[in-house]
Design a protein around this ligand. Structure first.
Ligand code: AMP
Length: 117
């Protein structure tokens, strides 16, 4: 597993050095509410290990990608979303990625439009 990056915001949330509203955690992942929610439920599920994006995580630790999705489903159930939610990995600046520590967005609690902007 890669070590925490001292310059990474989400590594600092994982280690507890920066506070967040944590809603679920497992040995491999941490889920916390997005500070600027775009839906009634907007939770970020991140791996404890630092990898810059979903593809890098899939190469380094493929089972952790499944752990992210499983954790998102658990939070969706806790938040009463049933089976209606959206999961998003923004990858690359051009796709809107602003934090370069893999994170899965869980969005739900309102109708979802398609295609996204
Ligand atoms: P992205 O644009 O896909 O990289 O997503 C980054 C997300 O992190 C955005 O939705 C931000 O609102 C969210 N975010 C940034 N800082 C924090 C923080 N300290 N706690 C929780 N969410 C954050």
């Amino acid at each position: 597993m890669s070590a925490p990056d001292p310059d990474c915001l989400f590594c600092k949330i994982v280690t507890g050095d920066i506070p967040a509203e944590i809603v679920h955690q497992t040995p491999s992942v941490v889920a916390f509410r997005d500070v600027a929610p775009q839906a009634p439920t907007h939770v970020l599920v991140v791996p404890r290990e630092h990898q810059p994006d979903a593809a890098a995580l899939a190469s380094a630790s493929p089972t952790t990608v499944a752990d992210l999705v499983t954790a998102a489903q658990t939070v969706a159930e806790t938040d009463g979303l049933g089976g209606d939610y959206r999961l998003v990995f923004n990858t690359g600046v051009g796709a809107g990625q602003t934090v370069f520590h893999t994170h899965l967005h869980l969005l739900g609690g309102r109708p979802m439009t398609w295609p996204p902007g």
